[in-house]
Design a protein around this ligand. Structure first.
Ligand code: AMP
Length: 174
């Protein structure tokens, strides 16, 4: 994993001062590393029953699409408000200043269906927790959550205690 980690570029003060941004484009452009990430996520969840793979806008789509293809499952997009064309359900969550929200099509998750969430990075956990709420509102089951990166020091995992979380790369400090 240390080798994979070396492909993540740290960009200080992006998109604003004080934020240490984890840039995944430096990993994505390398074929063996990108494929390895997808293979490791799929291996981890291979024995669990999964009906659909869900990706969160925008970088989550990159990983969720590839995982869905490899697991031979459908893929569900969760997007920022106003982007999905048909009837949606919405979940708001708190940011440091203000609120944000995620939306999913009302008919995206069938009742009782088992969903694997895949996202690029776990920071404070607000986005993924809101996504879990969307799945559960629709009657679905969060079967697992996979991240490429987890920023351990932001303790996002504390918001996700009820779920099976798999992270490939942990960063203990900025
Ligand atoms: P959060 O809701 O705080 O867990 O953050 C959700 C999303 O924000 C992640 O899926 C990332 O796409 C993005 N994000 C948050 N912090 C960072 C960071 N330090 N570097 C790169 N992306 C980030």
């Amino acid at each position: 994993m240390e080798e994979l980690k070396s492909f993540i570029r740290h960009v200080q003060d992006f998109p604003k001062k004080g934020i240490g941004f984890k840039d995944i484009t430096t990993l994505l452009k390398e074929e063996p590393q990108f494929c390895r990430v997808i293979d490791l996520i799929c291996e981890h969840f291979n024995n669990k029953k999964i009906d659909s793979v869900l990706g969160i806008e925008a970088r989550g789509f990159i990983f969720a699409g590839a995982v869905a293809y490899k697991l031979k499952k459908g893929m569900i997009p969760v997007r920022k408000p106003g982007k999905l064309p048909a009837e949606t359900i919405k979940e708001e969550y708190m940011l440091e200043y203000g609120t944000d929200a995620v939306e999913m099509h009302l008919d995206a998750v069938k009742s009782g269906s088992k969903v694997l969430i895949v996202d690029d990075l776990l920071a404070t956990g607000g986005t993924v927790k809101a996504t879990c709420n969307l799945i559960e509102k629709a009657g679905g089951i969060v079967q697992g959550i996979a991240f490429l990166i987890e920023l351990d020091f932001l303790k996002g995992r504390d918001k996700l205690k009820d779920y099976d979380i798999f992270t490939l790369l942990h960063f203990e400090s900025e």
